[in-house]
Design a binder for this molecule. Structure first.
Ligand SMILES: Nc1ncnc2c1ncn2[C@@H]1O[C@H](COP(=O)(O)OP(=O)(O)OP(=O)(O)O)[C@@H](O)[C@H]1O
Ligand SMILES: [Mg+2]
Length: 384
């Protein structure tokens, strides 16, 4: 089983950066740029796993440095292009529209709200805040205004992305699924234009849901950053304001973050409804165990309520991982060579012991301290 670690990502970033330097030295800018961007992206991801704030800060500086160099090289390339006086702007527009089509998910997500364990209050709130206003705008007129901005926050792996997708699946609406960190890392120079186009498109195709995952990457505290970054933030603020001032637009922005602390106050205010997605409680854990083992033969001795009881601090994705590990155990015991040729060799049912071993091997990924921080933020800023 491989885990994503900050160190692993930092190592990746170093390799990308090395490649970037090599191309940069050769003045092969068009090759160097994507490597700088990849290096920056890897570092931005690493920051999300880095617990030491000082290390995180220095990683952030480095990522910004790579982004700045990528931007500089882009400028140099443009100049080269101008010199050759080729028509470059068509190509840019193409790139932008292909980026947009990448982030528009027209096909409905297949997950249903019922498939998500627990989180009853969050589901109810989302129905009330999204499904009803988009489907029955006539109920929300005059002073009864629907929410235009909703923030889902909470520890990693507890269903924020899942619940946003499931809500979208319940509504006849265009669903724009955007990852803020990938927009920033891949499109920094153009991300301002991208955000603007995104909101314009959402307006043309309403009712629309704009889901911005990892929104902290785009809505973090302002000041001290790179110019391009500042412009994206301003654009996002302006676009969100445009939505909330319109009486007739049926568009809602849903942001998700596991770093609510780092959301700038200006953005926090625009996400009027802030919904806490906490660690699953015992009943929810029980359901997550069942959901993640469906269609697999389970021995009679397996007691999911027992397993739910002993996995107190586990997140939904931790439990999903435990299940994956446990249900693979019977497969690992098969004689590989034999099983490939002989279809009469079957895997044994998964036992309680397989689950216990998996729980032993996989630790909860969210610490008590972190949970406490989310609780505190919820008490201060959450919409109960
Ligand atoms: N309440 C839940 N019910 C069922 N499965 C869950 C639940 N919460 C988490 N999971 C499992 O964990 C996985 C990760 O969930 P999801 O991606 O929604 O987490 P997230 O809160 O968006 O995390 P992150 O902050 O890291 O983006 C899901 O694919 C699912 O397998
Ligand atoms: Mg997520």
């Amino acid at each position: 089983m491989t885990f994503v670690t900050a160190q692993g990502l930092i190592d990746h970033a170093r390799q990308f950066a090395q490649q970037a330097y090599n191309f940069d030295k050769e003045k092969n800018y068009s090759e160097a740029i994507p490597y700088y961007l990849d290096a920056a992206e890897a570092l931005m991801k690493a920051i999300r796993f880095e617990r030491n704030p000082q290390v995180a800060q220095s990683l952030k500086k480095k990522a910004e440095m790579y982004l700045a160099r990528a931007k500089e090289l882009k400028g140099l390339l443009e100049k080269r292009k101008e010199k050759r006086s080729t028509a470059g702007s068509d190509e840019d527009d193409d790139k932008l529209s292909s980026a947009i089509s990448d982030i528009i998910v027209t096909e409905k997500p297949s997950i249903k709200l019922e498939d998500i364990a627990g989180l009853e209050i969050a589901k109810q709130t989302l129905r009330e805040a999204i499904v009803l206003p988009l489907m029955r705008p006539d109920l929300f007129t005059g002073s009864r205004r629907p929410w235009k901005g909703i923030l889902l926050f909470g520890p990693p792996g507890c269903g924020k992305t899942l619940i946003a997708k499931a809500t979208a699946a319940e509504v006849e609406a265009t669903f724009f699924n955007v990852s803020a960190s990938s927009i920033i890392s891949k499109w920094l120079g153009e991300s301002e234009k991208l955000v603007k186009t995104l909101f314009q498109l959402a307006k043309e195709r309403q009712p629309s849901i704009i889901f911005i995952d990892e929104v902290d990457a785009m809505a973090g505290a302002r000041g001290g950053e790179h110019d391009a970054m500042r412009r994206v933030k301003t654009e996002l603020l302006t676009s969100m304001d445009g939505l909330s001032s319109s009486e007739t637009d049926r568009i809602v922005t849903v942001g998700a973050t596991n770093l609510p602390d780092s959301i700038d106050g200006a953005f926090r205010r625009r996400f009027e409804r802030r919904i806490y997605i906490p660690l699953p409680d015992e009943a929810a854990r029980d359901a997550i165990f069942k959901y993640n083992t469906r269609g697999v033969e389970i021995s009679d001795d397996v007691d999911f309520s027992d397993l739910a009881e002993i996995t107190e601090e586990y997140s939904g994705s931790d439990i999903a991982m435990v299940c994956r590990e446990a249900i693979m155990t019977p497969i690992r015991e098969l004689d590989m060579a034999g099983a490939i040729n002989d279809t009469s060799i079957q895997a044994r049912p998964v036992t309680q012991n397989d689950f216990l071993n998996a729980i032993e091997a996989i630790n909860p990924s969210v610490s008590d301290d972190e949970v406490q921080k989310y609780d505190e933020w919820n008490a201060e800023f959450g919409s109960a």
